[in-house]
Write a protein that binds this ligand. Structure first.
Ligand code: G4P
Length: 288
């Protein structure tokens, strides 16, 4: 049970962003979508596929330092089978970023061949970076382009704003014109975004959220909970397991009861700070 469906959304902003993205499509060669490797499905906007239809795509599985590496490898395979290159990156440290340019070149190999045949040397490839808030889009752009904004050109369509970044003479990056929101129609999506801290949990009941996380972890990563909180057996009710977790940290209130709100906050914080280890909540095999 959850009340994450109470999260409010902004459809007007989304419509504007979709329009702006569509307008820019004619001047870009490919789209690089940044997703959170721990929740590669919930951290995407499913409408995007329709918006960018026809454009080659590269997926950046960001925050891979926090995700389960075997699960990330399966997501790479999953996308490979769909003809899309996905690369694991950690945009905080910059690890894996170097693979991006190669991924763009491989994805656009046919286009590069045409450029060469036509003698169009020096024409940079143009890639649009998209991603829902908090996936690390700004971190990615900072790491790859070092904040170097491209010069404004005197060409219609390319002059728009100063959202162009020069990676090098072969590659330019366009930051998304607008904010791309995720989809909250599905309760699971809202919960997964709340677990990772992508949406605020101030409007969500933290105890319910922690109980949902416990339900998922007892199935997907039982040993993690057992070891970290010295639990030998899980309870049938996730609320009771939350009590065991709080108890293991001495989070008691008078009367010998467990302070479940404190325990819930602690569990969510430990998940977000990777103290529970590298965890992937959404696995490719469940979406095959
Ligand atoms: P956005 O533009 O998509 O909204 O995301 P942004 O780059 O602002 O990143 C959101 C948060 O995620 C930031 O943390 C950022 O440091 C962190 N982050 C981005 N990429 C990675 C990654 O690959 N690994 C890890 N571990 N963290 C990443 P913050 O707490 O909001 O800020 P701060 O910690 O940088 O001060």
């Amino acid at each position: 049970m959850s009340n994450t469906q109470n999260i409010q959304w902004f459809p007007g902003h989304m419509a504007k962003t979709k329009r702006l993205i569509s307008e820019q499509l004619k001047i870009i060669d490919a789209v690089a979508e940044i997703v959170d490797a721990r929740i590669p499905v919930s951290s995407r906007n499913p409408d995007l596929t329709g918006i960018i239809s026809g454009k080659p795509q590269i997926i950046l599985l960001n925050k891979c330092d926090m995700a389960d590496s075997s699960a990330t490898a399966k997501w790479i395979e999953y996308y490979k089978n769909k003809g899309i290159i996905a690369i694991p990156v950690d945009c905080k440290s910059g690890k894996g970023i170097n693979g991006f340019k190669e991924a763009v070149k491989t994805t656009l190999a046919d286009k590069l061949k045409v450029y060469r045949e036509k003698g169009m040397v020096g024409k940079p490839l143009r890639v649009m970076a998209v991603g829902i808030p908090n996936v690390g889009k700004s971190s990615f752009i900072n790491k790859i382009a070092g904040g170097s904004r491209a010069k404004v050109e005197n060409r219609p369509g390319v002059t728009r704003g100063n959202q162009w970044f020069t990676v090098d003479k072969e590659l330019e990056l366009l930051d998304t014109p607008g904010v791309l929101w995720p989809k909250f129609d599905d309760v699971t999506v809202g919960e997964h975004l709340a677990f990772t801290g992508a949406v605020t949990d101030r409007i969500i009941d933290t105890e319910l959220l922690a109980m949902r996380l416990i339900e998922i972890l007892t199935v997907k990563y039982p040993e993690v909970l057992k070891e970290r909180f010295k639990i030998t057996e899980f309870c049938d009710l996730s609320y009771d397991t939350l009590c065991l977790i709080g108890k293991s940290r001495g989070m008691m209130i008078k009367g010998g009861e467990v302070d479940t709100e404190r325990a819930a906050n602690m569990l969510l914080e430990e998940f977000r700070n990777c103290k529970l280890g590298r965890i992937t909540l959404e696995r490719a095999e469940d979406y095959a």
